[in-house]
Design a protein around this ligand. Structure first.
Ligand code: C2E
Ligand code: MG
Ligand code: MG
Ligand code: MG
Length: 285
């Protein structure tokens, strides 16, 4: 039975698979040079306080600028880099650019706010991660509490070492954020067990809330619970005014989404900040 069923889909998809493998090989051949040439570029998506319209932070999101006309999005290369380990270099490159941005703001006497960077779960297991992180903020003379590390639920699997690491990161002063909250199964238990500063409500979590009153209650209670624990709540992927209204109604003031702004290059982000008078996200802590 096995022998009959298994080869068929492989044959059926082989053209597509081959093409994918070829693209992956090409990306692997080019990635080191691309890093050296500065092709991995951090874009910034502002986080807003919906109640005041002010920028209260940003998330760094990587793009691969391959030549003048090709912009590659994370889903096109991050899964590959997570398999071959290169994601570590990309994440540190994004952190480097983010520290530089914060340093420019500090030097210019401009308002500063924490900026978050996504951390692949791969680093957390790597020897020397903590030291490399610390050295980078030191080199830029950026206070660690302006850097927020975004981790997803899967990073928390196999908890023992991460528990210890999380404590150390907090001790140095980094902020910790749980990304895609509500998209998996253990979000709620992580709320109690880790020294989180922020949770980011997943877009799908909020979408469900708008479709049934029970789900609505769940989201509302999660927001209340987080606030009671002193955790900041940011909703991701807000696209529609009715989503913003719902969030404000249940006491979630902070959002990141196309309704307010898309991810943009650093210079465009800084220009936006000049118009917007950013503030720190303290209102609902
Ligand atoms: P994420 O960390 O959950 O980032 C949010 C994603 O949602 C971003 O996609 C962002 O552009 C998108 N988004 C923001 N607002 C809206 C909205 O209103 N509607 C919709 N439909 N989407 C919205 P992006 O930039 O393509 O990144 C995808 C994922 O790739 C990220 O999800 C993150 O998991 C990963 N990623 C991005 N940059 C990095 C990085 O530097 N390092 C690592 N390790 N992962 C990264
Ligand atoms: Mg994120
Ligand atoms: Mg997310
Ligand atoms: Mg995500």
């Amino acid at each position: 039975r096995e022998a009959r069923i298994r080869p068929e889909p492989v044959l059926f998809f082989s053209g597509e698979l081959e093409e994918q493998l070829r693209r992956n090989r090409e990306m692997e051949d080019q990635m080191e040079q691309a890093l050296a040439d500065g092709e991995f570029v951090a874009y910034y998506q502002p986080k807003f306080n919906m109640a005041t319209g002010e920028i209260c932070g940003a998330e760094a999101l990587v793009r691969w600028q391959r030549g003048p006309s090709h912009l590659y999005y994370p889903d096109q290369f991050i899964p590959l880099f997570e398999r071959n380990g290169f994601i570590t270099e990309v994440d540190f490159c994004v952190l480097d650019q983010t520290c530089a941005l914060l340093r420019r703001r500090l030097d210019g006497g401009l308002p500063v706010f924490p900026i978050s960077v996504n951390q692949s779960r791969l680093h957390l297991q790597e020897e020397g991660y903590l030291q490399r992180l610390t050295e980078m903020v030191k080199r830029h003379r950026v206070p660690p509490n302006l850097i927020e590390l975004e981790l997803t639920e899967t990073a928390f699997n196999g908890l023992e070492r991460l528990d210890e690491l999380a404590k150390q990161l907090k001790k140095i002063g980094f902020l910790l954020s749980l990304d895609d909250f509500g998209s998996g199964y253990s979000s709620l238990s992580l709320l109690g067990g880790f020294p989180l500063d922020t949770i980011k409500l997943d877009r799908t979590f909020m979408d469900r809330a708008l479709s049934s009153s029970r789900s609505q209650t769940i989201v509302q209670k999660v927001v209340e619970l987080a606030h009671e624990m002193g955790i900041l709540v940011i909703c991701e992927g807000v696209e529609l005014p009715e989503q913003a209204r719902f969030l404000l109604q249940i006491g979630c003031q902070h959002a990141q989404g196309y309704l307010y702004a898309r991810p943009i290059p650093a210079d465009a982000f800084e220009a936006l900040c000049r118009q917007n008078a950013p503030v720190a996200p303290a209102a609902d802590r």
